[in-house]
Design a protein. Structure first.
Length: 185
């Protein structure tokens, strides 16, 4: 990405907002940046968009350019960062089928989802009010999927004590579930 031998880009003027200096920078580096990005993405439209993003970034951060010692390296690094941002954004996009894209959940499905979140919050609040050891046993059993023997070994208590804590915890949660049935039905 080296500029032509006889092209001089006034970095100081550019950092002070000179449109003429930016135009020179753009004319010299844009084709090289776009070619590099095309080689990395294999898509001409994406390469053009990313090259434009790179130059928008250069213009918006122009005041820091006066500190740049190697403009060529700086533009190359900016281009790489733009490319990495693009890859991070596109990697997180999930592809779904056409039917799923236009599917809207029914009112019952939405209500069920809201109810399940509310129920989960109620359970979490109920668990938080339990004595510390009971809360620990319940979380190890139900949230971490540990067996009663594993819990007993890890906490240094008997298996029967683990069962007692779980029975008491589940009794509290059953009362909450029964109260919700009465409220909802």
């Amino acid at each position: 990405m080296k500029p032509a031998d006889n092209t001089i880009i006034d970095i100081i003027a550019l950092s002070q907002g000179s449109v003429k200096a930016f135009d020179t920078l753009f004319l010299v580096y844009y084709p090289r940046v776009k070619t590099f990005l095309y080689g990395m993405t294999g898509n001409a439209e994406v390469a053009e968009d990313l090259a434009q993003d790179t130059f928008v970034h250069l213009w918006s951060s122009r005041t820091s350019l006066k500190m740049v010692k190697n403009l060529n390296a700086y533009i190359y690094q900016s281009t790489k960062h733009t490319l990495y941002d693009y890859w991070n954004r596109t990697r997180n996009i999930q592809i779904i089928g056409l039917e799923d894209a236009f599917a809207t959940p029914s009112l019952d499905e939405v209500e069920d989802l809201v109810f399940s979140h509310e129920l989960e919050e109620l359970i979490d609040k109920a668990v938080d009010t339990m004595p510390e050891q009971r809360k620990r046993v319940f979380c190890m059993s139900r949230k971490q999927g540990m067996s009663n023997d594993e819990i007993a070994n890890q906490l240094g208590i008997s298996k029967r004590t683990v069962e007692t804590h779980l029975t008491a915890a589940l009794a509290i949660l059953r009362k909450i579930a029964e109260s919700l049935k009465i409220l909802l039905f």
